[in-house]
Design a protein around this ligand. Structure first.
Ligand SMILES: *[C@@H]1O[C@H](CO)[C@@H](O)[C@H](O)[C@H]1NC(C)=O
Ligand SMILES: *[C@@H]1O[C@H](CO)[C@@H](O)[C@H](O)[C@H]1NC(C)=O
Ligand SMILES: *[C@@H]1O[C@H](CO)[C@@H](O)[C@H](O)[C@H]1NC(C)=O
Ligand SMILES: *[C@@H]1O[C@H](CO)[C@@H](O)[C@H](O)[C@H]1NC(C)=O
Ligand SMILES: *[C@@H]1O[C@H](CO)[C@@H](O)[C@H](O)[C@H]1NC(C)=O
Ligand SMILES: *[C@@H]1O[C@H](CO)[C@@H](O)[C@H](O)[C@H]1NC(C)=O
Length: 450
């Protein structure tokens, strides 16, 4: 071969490479633009878009499971003995959260809606009939009233007389249905006749069926597709500290945001996932985690690790929240009650995220509601009581996706994309990563309709 033809040959090879790279870059660019536009169209909240219906009627089922602590020795406890409880549950309800009164605002860049919650009982996922099963537990309305009037001799005497004449004690027995969805309480009714502001009814989920949290304004993604579904305003407030980051979960039951940390790799029905859980110091005492001091109402009201007093947000009743069976809490709380045994597998709150897609494939949020009981001056019934954090019930909110096929397919696609990416230049890799990220984010939204 002459030197000249060799040079031509060399230039040819270089040109061919450049051409291939050029085509590659061009295709990648077009691919990205096409995908991006397509996604933008599909993933904008407009009447008729693919995501609109799922956004309006979220399909991933939410199950609320309620477990109660049935007290078996109430009289002995009042005489100074250790209380015995036995766990009864789950009573499972499917929670629906359709969006109602959907109105588009500001040229379609925002959309306002109410999210109404309804609960439907699922007998096949429950241990019994909530109309029949009777639970004996702390008389929460009475404890709340006693705490409220304890500083006034006159009022506490009056309440004490009422409690005696109405045969209201420290414990009450009601059906599961009544405890959850409300019953007419004799003591509250008596107070209601004098002070009509006090509701006659009490229930742990009273008025929650069919309720909404007020109007929420969402971004539609029209202005910026990355904003799709994000909350713009909630009850008129545009700053939402409650939803600051993905792994910060606002838990109304805990009445504060909690954060999650990576714990371990898990497998959910054959899919790999990262498990995130709240670390111990989420509910640590202020000595252990000074950041938690803000959650004590006053320094003297700070309790130990693993429990959190939430009276502020529960209207005065001495409510304390913890994880079920005081999981991650100080041992003294578990030891004070016979019949509790914290087990990580059953009592842990977690979120399992598929690492490739970022889709949460399974989540379980758990919280236990306890009542802080103590000796209350003016009420002889409480004279033999020591300070006890008394468990009433715990809630397990479960979400899992039935869309495993999609996620598996996605795992396969991204696996292939990763192989393609390997051959592309660093810059393209970045572009592809963006596409993949975009798709991932969108898929996550389609599946989770956040
Ligand atoms: C709760 O305890 C009481 C008394 O021990 C018992 O009669 C009742 O059947 C228990 N309730 C349930 C649902 O097991
Ligand atoms: C209540 O507290 C007193 C003093 O700390 C203790 O002697 C007693 O055993 C406690 N009673 C119960 C039921 O824990
Ligand atoms: C939805 O709109 C209807 C009619 O305008 C109104 O009666 C209803 O109260 C609204 N719902 C909510 C939750 O505001
Ligand atoms: C809506 O669109 C019109 C015309 O395109 C524009 O003049 C107006 O400022 C927009 N309004 C908002 C709130 O963006
Ligand atoms: C909640 O309300 C819906 C619709 O009004 C009803 O079908 C359902 O049975 C109610 N759930 C409970 C637990 O009362
Ligand atoms: C993904 O790939 C695995 C093995 O490579 C295969 O068994 C599975 O069927 C694929 N899933 C889908 C949804 O394509």
């Amino acid at each position: 071969m002459t030197q000249r033809s060799c040079a031509v040959y060399g230039v040819g090879i270089v040109c061919a490479h450049l051409l291939f790279i050029g085509i590659g870059l061009f295709v990648a660019q077009v691919f990205q633009t096409v995908i991006h536009n397509r996604l933008k169209k599909e993933l904008t909240l407009t009447e008729g878009s693919r995501v609109f219906e799922t956004w309006k009627n979220p399909p991933p089922p939410i199950f609320m499971q309620y477990f109660f602590f049935n007290v078996t020795n109430p009289d002995e406890f009042l005489a100074g003995a250790k209380p015995f409880v036995s766990q009864v549950g789950p009573y499972t309800y499917r929670e629906y959260r359709p969006k109602e009164n959907v109105t588009f605002l500001e040229n379609g860049t925002r959309v306002a809606a109410y999210q109404c919650k309804t609960f439907v009982f699922l007998p096949e996922r429950s241990v019994g009939d909530p109309d029949i099963d009777m639970i004996t537990t702390i008389n929460i309305p009475a404890v709340a009233v006693m705490n409220k009037v304890k500083d006034s001799f006159w009022k506490s005497s009056l309440v004490s007389i009422w409690m005696n004449s109405l045969h209201v004690g420290m414990f009450m027995t009601h059906s599961v249905n009544e405890l959850l969805w409300g019953f007419k309480d004799p003591l509250l009714s008596r107070i209601h006749t004098m002070n009509p502001e006090i509701d006659e009814y009490f229930g742990l989920m009273y008025k929650k069926n069919g309720s909404n949290d007020g109007e929420v304004v969402y971004h539609t993604g029209e202005a910026d597709s990355m904003d799709y579904g994000k909350i713009a305003r909630f009850k008129g407030e545009s700053k939402l500290s409650l939803w600051t980051s993905e792994l910060y979960i606002f838990s109304p039951d805990l009445c504060r945001s909690i954060f999650m940390e990576f714990e371990k790799d898990v497998e959910v029905k054959g899919l790999p996932a990262y498990r995130f859980t709240p670390p111990r110091d989420v509910l640590a005492s202020k000595e252990e985690n000074p950041a938690n001091e803000g959650f004590c109402v006053s320094p003297k009201e700070c309790l130990g690790s693993g429990v959190l007093k939430v009276s502020v947000c529960k209207k005065g009743a001495p409510v304390v929240v913890s994880f079920p069976h005081f999981y991650l809490g100080e041992e003294k709380y578990t030891n004070a009650i016979e019949g509790l045994s914290p087990v990580r597998e059953h009592h842990q709150t977690y979120l399992d995220l598929n690492p490739t897609t970022g889709v949460p494939i399974r989540a379980s949020k758990k919280a236990q509601i306890n009542i802080l009981i103590n000796r209350i001056s003016g009420f002889p019934k409480t004279k033999s009581l020591n300070e006890t954090i008394f468990p009433v019930m715990f809630i397990n909110e479960v979400r899992s996706h039935r869309l495993h096929k999609n996620i598996q397919l996605w795992e396969n696609i991204t696996f292939n994309l990763k192989k393609i990416m390997f051959y592309l230049s660093t810059e393209r890799k970045f572009a592809m990563t963006t596409v993949i990220f975009d798709c991932t984010v969108s898929l996550y939204r389609v599946l989770c309709c956040k």
